[in-house]
Design a protein around this ligand. Structure first.
Ligand SMILES: [Ca+2]
Length: 614
């Protein structure tokens, strides 16, 4: 891992130094060192992952034909006259060029590129690409094209408090699974925008804990709907430790997204500390857009009850809540969206100056309290309709059993509707190959394209009340059994088997785990649920314990895997004994072809774990 990182950094440095050596002049009018006071984002503390400061994955641009759009990129990465494109795998033409109208150095290492959106680009969500010489910068899901005009209303889904994590902790892994299902459902329902009010990530423990941000980014790239997001106090744990992963992966800490009749102001509530600089910054933008009919404030902390402000040397704690309520009153905000409380809470005028909605959490809070999302309609005149209480994926859910990223020949999806009305969903799939007429069950193909050999599909699925559908799409019959990686965790005499199952074709349907003392008699392990996540645990009764995993894919292909765990506390003497090679019990009748490799893999994993523990 370290080697990879160093080589990437070296590569980036060399690209940058080559660009500097060439010292190609920046095109356009050079208005150097006069920072534009109304940039839509504040100063960054670190470089954005893709060299683009704005628009971003979390603060996209919404555009119509013949309109100008400002793009802000890292000046030193753009060596020659830039060209700008928007691209989407899910739109037939794939790539569309935008016309560069002007470039301008706005200071602090930022280059502004003004582009015009030509007519005829299909409506939809695109990646934004800046090309300049050999450099290509791409920010995913950063541009949404509405077409001829902005819509009369926005269908929005509000999600908040997902507490996503990747560490081996039941709650984090459950929350990750729930978030992935929420992304799939939002894509399925296809609103105009997904808005998120923070705690995307659960609090991190160490300054270099970048993995949850990186993994979240990879999940957000799968969105087929533009996302506007502001950080919460848990996301802020990274900032507290000096790591600006939020800026690197998602967007600025606060900012504004404005288009047509709509404006969204993002207030970073930190952990309740809001500096006066941020208030002045937002003051200026709100005043600038005072004539925009619809104003929405997005903030993690409910401003109407929580204390927000900063400490002043002489004055002590200074609250910024009066500033917020003054904005809502004076500029006639239509809506305030919030999270943090993990409950639904609706407060209306005259109790508060603007309709204030706190939505229930996306994370796992209890057996019947998880995976919430709230559909909201915002009209161009400022009227707001919403569903209350916030629905949950316990009622309507979309669960992909397979990666749908172009790495497999098939994908299956379980769609469940426990509600009272029929629901129509759009499911996106990328397969490793394209076929005009792939195998398909329980869905119809709405659109399909071939891109560089991959198969791009959008499926229409209708699911009746009380129905559960297994949707399948495949370009090859699935004849390969799943594979499993296992890492046993030994704590005293309790063994937890952490596993991950993969499949080449349609996806894994079922996994069963067993243990044995003698490698002959097997006991199935019933999962213990912690925060809704199944943990497979058993008690060791001997120094060497055996485990077995049976995995089955959606096509019915089965595989068995075996392994051993050494339990140091049950060792009779200090003399080390050799680990017996795990063997398949005789007479199980499983084809050898798919056992051999897996067993070797598990031995390696177990050995590695044992070595690490010493
Ligand atoms: Ca398979």
């Amino acid at each position: 891992m370290i080697k990879v990182r160093i080589s990437k950094i070296v590569a980036l440095i060399s690209i940058i130094s080559i660009l500097l050596t060439l010292s190609i002049p920046i095109v356009g009018t050079a208005v150097s060192a006069t920072p534009d006071s109304v940039l839509p984002f504040p100063d960054y503390h670190t470089d954005p992952l893709n060299g683009i400061f704005y628009p971003r994955l979390g603060t996209p641009a919404f555009v119509i034909y013949n309109e100008e759009m400002d793009i802000y990129a890292k000046r030193e990465l753009i060596g020659s006259e830039p060209s700008v494109y928007i691209r989407s795998l899910f739109i037939e033409g794939y790539e569309y060029a935008l016309e560069v109208a002007a470039t301008e150095d706005v200071g602090k290492g930022v280059l502004k590129i003004t582009v015009k959106v030509p007519e005829g680009i299909p409506e939809g969500l695109f990646n934004l690409t800046i090309k300049s010489g050999a450099t290509e910068l791409t920010e995913p899901n950063a541009v949404y094209v509405f077409g001829q005009k902005y819509p009369e209303k926005l269908n929005v889904i509000h999600i908040t408090d997902n507490h996503y994590g990747v560490r081996r902790k039941a709650k984090l892994l459950k929350n990750r699974e729930l978030f992935r299902q929420l992304i799939a459902l939002v894509n399925g329902l296809r609103p105009d925008i997904m808005v998120h009010t923070g705690d995307l990530i659960d609090g991190i423990a160490k300054a270099d804990e970048e993995d949850p941000f990186k993994s979240m980014y990879q999940d957000l790239v799968r969105l087929r709907v533009p996302l506007i997001v502001v950080q919460g106090n848990n996301d802020n744990t990274a900032v507290e430790k000096g790591s600006y992963f939020w800026e690197k992966y998602f967007g600025p800490l606060y900012g504004v997204v404005k288009f047509g009749s709509y404006s969204f102001f993002l207030l970073d509530a930190d952990t309740g500390r809001v500096r006066p600089e941020q208030i002045s910054w937002l003051d200026e933008r709100i005043e600038l857009y005072k004539d925009v009919p619809v104003k929405v404030l997005m903030i993690h902390y409910p401003y109407h009850t929580e204390e927000l402000g900063y400490f002043h040397k002489e004055k002590g704690f200074v609250s910024v809540v009066p500033n917020i309520t003054n904005w809502l009153e004076s500029y006639k905000f239509s809506l305030v969206l919030m999270g943090h409380w993990h409950v639904d809470n609706i407060t209306r005028p005259p109790q508060v100056p603007a309709l204030s909605i706190v939505s229930n959490a996306g994370q796992y809070d209890d057996v019947d309290d998880y995976g919430h999302y709230r559909p909201i309609t915002i009209w161009a005149d400022g009227t707001v309709d919403f569903i209350n209480p916030a629905p949950s994926i316990a009622t309507l859910s979309v669960k992909y059993l397979q990666r749908y990223d172009g790495s497999t020949t098939g994908v299956s999806v379980i769609v469940t509707n426990k509600g009272t009305s029929e629901v129509n969903l759009i499911l996106s799939v990328v397969l490793s190959k394209y076929q005009e007429n792939p195998g398909i069950e329980n869905a119809e193909i709405l659109r399909s394209y071939s891109h560089k050999g991959k198969g791009i599909y959008e499926l229409g699925v209708s699911v009746s009340p009380g129905e559960e559908l297994l949707v399948k799409i495949y370009v090859e019959e699935d004849t390969t059994a799943p594979s499993v990686t296992v890492e046993p965790e030994v704590k005293e005499e309790t063994i937890t088997l952490w596993y991950e199952a993969f499949d080449e074709g349609l996806g894994v349907r079922d996994v069963k785990l067993y243990y044995s003392v003698d490698n002959k008699t097997w006991t199935e392990i019933s999962p213990e649920f912690e925060a809704g996540y199944p943990l497979y645990k058993f008690q060791a009764k001997a120094e060497t314990m055996y485990f077995k995993i049976l995995a089955e894919d959606v096509a019915g292909n089965k595989a068995e895997f075996y392994g051993t765990v050494e339990v140091p506390s049950l060792k009779p003497t200090e003399t080390p004994t050799p680990t017996p090679t795990p063997t398949k019990p005789p007479g199980a009748g499983v084809p050898i072809s798919y056992i051999g490799l897996a067993v070797v893999g598990i031995i390696v994993v177990v050995a590695a774990v044992l070595l690490k523990r010493r």
